[in-house]
Write a protein that binds this ligand. Structure first.
Ligand code: NDP
Length: 328
């Protein structure tokens, strides 16, 4: 049965976790190129925190959530390849909701061996990680790479992929427990960054004979940016893709000339602007999962009623791997 209303978590005004409030709205209606999904799980991602707090320019009121899984309950007139009853994972918006209308180009049918839980846990972070090691910087065997927040959701996947591709992965983390996890997921070296990033810079100099690393995957932003520029080698690449510690202040691009550094800010959405791009990236990413080459670490599945705790844990750096909300 499809309800006429949807229970959602809504942010009326940007703020701390108290801004996350349950409410009921009319059920969304899919447009001709969308499907309507009854949501089972919504993934929790750092972008949900940027949007809730207002550090990203998404206007409030808003419903957070960029991914999920569930069952299709309605198919837009122009959509091909999906039917009511299909179990799917998807990228979308406003996914902290019972029902969500999502663009069919970003929907993937789940095969029998991918559960709804796995689908929601993998689709955004898995595709991001695979996209980053291919198109952010194409990681090569023998490369030295730094992965910041190496025990986080995207970080653990990047660490595994870097190792799989034959790179020497240097991970940064804030606790011993996270260090153990990063090592178990393929980090050859792990640096604890509690006292700033000097220890990382020293370690990189030692390990690379002073040359620096081929690439830095940096999702921390303000706190790491200067250090990331310091540790990248001549002709190396700095891949920015998030700013968990805050926005990077403006800087003079001429500084890149010191080492001919390539600088990119990569987003998942620019890897998958067409259905073909999405399908290719999804299928390749899921293949890693199905072959057991990539392993998901689900930190916790929170009841949707506990969404405030989920946000507190993620922004409080208390989590490793993936956080999910059980919607229904
Ligand atoms: P994580 O699980 O990685 O959580 C963030 C981690 O960042 C923390 O656990 C913490 O790890 C580290 N961190 C370092 N400094 C800080 C700080 N000052 N405040 C908070 N955290 C800090 O989150 P996600 O996997 O959801 O996302 C990781 C990053 O990737 C985010 O920046 C996100 O925006 C970005 N992202 C970008 C995408 C894109 O398309 N560009 C897509 C998906 C994610 P530790 O304690 O070990 O330092």
């Amino acid at each position: 049965m499809v309800n006429s209303t949807a229970r959602v978590i809504r942010v009326a005004q940007h703020g701390d976790v108290s801004a996350l409030q349950p409410t009921t709205i009319p059920r969304p209606t899919p447009n001709p190129t969308q499907v309507l999904v009854k949501v089972a799980y919504a993934g929790v991602n750092y972008i949900d925190i940027y949007e809730r707090s207002g550090s990203y320019p998404t206007p409030a009121p808003l419903i957070p959530g960029r991914e999920g899984s569930g069952e299709i309950v309605e198919v837009g007139a122009e959509v091909r390849g999906f039917k009511v009853g299909d179990k799917v994972a998807f990228l979308g918006q406003n996914t902290y909701s019972d029902y969500v209308a999502v663009d069919a180009i970003h929907v993937a049918k789940l095969t029998d061996n991918i559960s709804l839980e796995t689908g929601a846990a993998f689709v955004l972070q898995g595709l991001t990680a695979v996209g980053l090691v291919r198109k952010g910087y194409a990681v090569q065997k023998g490369d030295w790479i730094v992965v910041h927040a190496a025990a986080g959701g995207v970080g653990l996947l990047l660490t595994q992929l870097g190792h799989l591709l034959g790179a020497h992965v240097i991970g940064t983390v804030s606790t011993e427990e996270k260090a153990t996890l990063a090592r178990a997921n393929g980090a050859e070296h792990v640096v604890l960054i509690n006292n700033g990033y000097e220890a990382l810079e020293k370690k990189v100099r030692e390990l690379t004979n002073g040359q620096g690393v081929h690439a830095v995957f940096d999702s921390v932003g303000q706190a790491t940016f200067e250090s990331s520029l310091n540790i990248v080698r001549r002709l190396g690449t700095l891949v920015l893709f998030g700013s968990a510690s805050g926005a990077i202040p403006p800087f003079d691009v001429v500084r890149l000339s010191g080492k001919n550094v390539k600088l990119t800010w990569a987003t998942l959405y620019n890897f998958i602007t067409t259905r073909e791009d999405f399908e290719e990236l999804y299928e390749d990413s899921v293949e890693y999962l199905e072959k057991g080459q990539l392993k998901l670490a689900i930190h916790k599945v929170y009841d949707v009623e506990d969404v405030k705790q989920a946000h507190l844990d993620l922004e409080g750096r208390k989590t490793t791997g993936k956080l999910l909300l059980k919607i229904q």
